[in-house]
Write a protein that binds this ligand. Structure first.
Ligand code: NAP
Ligand code: F7E
Length: 361
């Protein structure tokens, strides 16, 4: 049985990846942070009691700030694959907490790599690199595009990206980076722009909200559907040799396009609800990101199946249903039609059957 360690297992990508790996028969170990409130809601539906002799999911308290602890976990778990997804991942927050972001998002990667090296455990390592690293570089961006970061988050990711290459070339560690463009889902953090919009659409429909405060509506992003991206993450570590891969749809849309698509889907005009608020503008923003993912397509056949319009509908349907309203249903239909085999798996577990709504999204 393959054994994987996931940092950031409680985040959007970590939760989908844990599901994917469990479905593939892996034993999955995850790092979580101690908090005074529950922060494991995204993995509740796959949680297994460690006393259960058949349990294949194990969680450990830890923090990316602590090398010794990371080294102990890696030494004791002895994973075949390490998926390093943990990070302070919010770009706007990184302007407010640049030192912390550098420590966790940047140095956190060095700590994990050093923990692998010191423990002597032979394992494959995945680094969650980001399209933010491209910054101002002209679109479309691919593996050969120059890195021109425009935020403390992006600068930290550039460090993490290059330290991954450095450990690969210095110590022969199988260390690969996925340079992923924005990917979204019903599990996306509530303060990222897509989820902020789809939650607002639902709240307006439910009569709970009549204003949505946003920043730069002109920014263009290459938005894809997160479960497809964790499939790519897994594939990247299954290649014969360690390498770096860009993952994205190749399409770009503005925040304004997202608003238009999301509000119009439920018959609303976004202009009646959206107000600009300077607090959501960044000191620097990236005007346009658009992926050229031809290398991943060529090397392991990855291509997105969920379109921009379908992604918006999946997210709006989820957030509308979450407030107890009947959603239009086109997003749900997309999920039924394009069903990901591993994703169905969780709907068949007893926990999911007890009807945790999040589980089926
Ligand atoms: P996310 O939802 O924000 O999840 C981040 C994870 O990191 C959470 O599990 C979080 O734990 C954990 N974490 C944060 N600080 C930590 C610390 N000090 N010690 C241990 N764990 C810590 O992010 P995501 O969207 O799933 O993204 C996954 C990774 O891909 C991140 O590295 C992100 O920067 C990168 N990335 C994301 C995208 C995207 O569009 N989603 C694109 C490119 C790259 P809590 O749950 O306790 O907060
Ligand atoms: O912003 C604009 C904002 O915060 C997208 C992370 O996963 O993807 C993500 O970073 C755009 C920006 O994502 C609001 O200025 C307007 O231009 O949803 P976001 P991001 O910054 O692109 C990359 C690839 C990552 O690696 C990151 O970890 O939307 N925008 N108004 C707004 N953004 C937010 N958050 N809130 C607003 O009110």
């Amino acid at each position: 049985m393959n054994r994987a360690l996931i940092t950031g297992i409680s985040g959007q990508d970590g939760s989908y990846l844990a599901e994917l790996l469990l479905a593939k028969g892996y034993e999955v170990h995850g790092l979580i942070r101690r908090a005074s409130t529950f922060n494991t809601y995204r993995i509740e539906h796959i949680y297994q009691d460690p006393h259960d002799p058949g349990a294949r999911l194990f969680l450990y308290y830890g923090d990316l700030a602590n090398l010794e602890q990371l080294a102990n976990i890696i030494y004791n778990v002895r994973p075949d694959e390490v998926y390093h997804l943990g990070a302070q991942s919010h770009v706007k927050v990184s302007f407010e907490m640049p030192e912390y972001t550098g420590d966790i998002t940047g140095l956190g990667t060095a700590r994990i790599l050093e923990a692998i090296r010191r423990s002597g455990v032979r394992t494959r390592f995945y680094q969650a690199s980001s399209s933010e690293m491209f910054g101002d570089a002209p679109a479309p961006q691919n593996e050969r595009t120059s890195l021109q970061p425009r935020s403390p988050y992006a600068a930290a990711k550039v460090y993490a990206h290059w330290i991954t290459v450095t450990y690969r070339e210095s110590y022969g560690i199988f260390a690969s980076s996925g340079i992923l463009f924005n990917h979204e889902s019903p599990r996306r953090g509530e303060t990222f722009v897509t989820r902020k919009i789809t939650r607002a659409v639902a709240a307006v429909l439910a009569g709970r909200q009549n204003r949505l405060f946003l920043g730069n509506l002109d920014a263009k992003r290459d938005w894809g559907y997160a479960p497809e991206y964790v499939e790519a993450i897994w594939k990247i570590l299954q290649q014969d040799r360690a390498d770096d891969f860009v993952i994205g749809t190749g399409e770009t849309h503005s925040v304004r396009d997202f608003l238009e698509e999301a509000f119009a889907y439920v018959g609303l005009d976004w202009r009646e609800y959206v107000t600009a608020d300077p607090r959501y503008f960044r000191p620097l923003d990236i005007p346009v990101l658009r992926a050229d993912a031809s290398k991943a397509n060529h090397e392991f056949g990855w291509e997105p199946r969920v379109s921009f319009g379908e992604l918006v509908r999946i997210m709006v349907d989820h957030d509308v249903a979450r407030l107890g309203l009947e959603p239009p249903g086109e997003g749900r239909k997309v999920l039924e039609e394009k069903r990901f085999g591993w994703h169905r798996w969780n709907a068949q577990t007893p926990a999911a059957l007890e009807s945790n709504l999040e589980a089926v999204w």
